[in-house]
Design a protein around this ligand. Structure first.
Ligand code: NCD
Length: 306
């Protein structure tokens, strides 16, 4: 079994499916009055967050606590990182404290890959720069499976700021592994043709209206202002008009199609509020599923099953 989860490419189809199956078992715990399993009693999970996060950090925290692990939340703000301490020195400190798993979010792509050299425990990538976010891809594919029954054979349109999106990259890789077809859609500045090489069968498209009638899943991405160092589109209004998912566009989707978004949303930019809150939207389910999937990941990586 794998020790670290750094990239969605670390997962073959049987492992991803095993995580989905375990997540489905973990989900039953959420419905109980006592939402706890003793599985990771005595183990320590450190959340090492160098970037802001609402969903992912709390989700990992709840997941670890539901498995009875001790959880240490470390955020760069208010720590010695602000005094200039390097990732390596921080890692050694965590190592000295006996971390069995380190969940890391970092603005630098590849930071989790460095961390595996400095700690003995498992490393879980909770988002590194514009690179990857594998647990998000696992929870998204889990959500597709629970809503649509399967992932294999689905047509998935991933729409928006693909260039800056670790969510898009990890999803494209995992969806390919699980046999879904992916179309990346957005303005050419945010979906450069090089993305066609991400997997053997990923497609790139620039016209959302042409893609929607064929889509089983449409995954909207946040426009990541904080990662933009140039003007990638003329105006917010123009972006929203060309690529935003509003009620009129939703009517182009097949009846069974679902609408996803990893959050946080720019309501009114990439997704209209009424679409985000509609029955087709899985946005709240994705958050709940995130806890079950992260419980499954911690369980597997920390040796719950060999
Ligand atoms: C994403 C992230 O941080 O990469 N959010 C998340 O983890 N739910 C997507 C985003 O920030 O737009």
């Amino acid at each position: 079994m794998i020790k670290h989860l750094l990239s969605a490419a670390d997962l073959d189809a049987p492992t991803a499916t095993l995580i989905h199956d375990i997540a489905a078992e973990m989900a039953t715990v959420a419905g109980r009055e006592v939402k706890k399993l003793p599985t990771l009693r005595g183990r320590t999970v450190v959340n090492l967050f160098y970037e802001d996060s609402t969903r992912t950090r709390t989700s990992f925290e709840v997941a670890a606590k539901r498995l009875s692990a001790d959880v240490v939340n470390f955020s760069a703000k208010g720590s010695s990182v602000e005094k200039g301490e390097s990732l390596k020195d921080t890692a050694w400190t965590l190592q000295a404290m006996g971390a069995d798993a380190v969940v890391i979010r970092h603005p630098a792509s590849g930071a989790p890959n460095r961390l595996v050299n400095w700690v003995h425990g498992s490393v879980l990538n909770a988002g590194d720069g514009t690179h990857e976010h594998p647990t998000q891809a696992l929870l998204d594919t889990y959500t597709m499976r629970s809503r649509l029954g399967t992932v294999a054979g689905l047509n998935v349109a991933i729409v928006g700021d693909v260039l800056h999106s670790r969510v898009a990259r990890s999803n494209a890789l995992l969806l390919h592994t699980l046999g879904a077809k992916v179309t990346l859609v957005g303005p050419p500045t945010l979906v450069p043709p090089v993305f066609e090489t991400l997997t053997p069968d990923v497609r790139v498209g620039y016209d959302i209206d042409a893609v929607l009638p064929e889509a089983d899943v449409v995954m909207m991405l946040r426009v990541q202002k904080e990662r933009m160092n140039a003007a990638f589109f003329p105006s917010w209004h123009e972006y929203s008009r060309r690529y935003g998912l509003d009620a009129a566009r939703v009517r182009r989707l097949p009846d069974h199609a679902i609408v996803m978004h990893p959050g946080p949303m720019n309501r009114g930019v990439e997704i209209a509020p009424d679409v985000a809150d509609s029955p087709r939207s899985t946005i709240v389910e994705q958050v709940a599923n995130g806890v079950s999937v992260r419980m499954a990941c911690l369980y597997l990586l920390l040796g719950g099953r060999s």
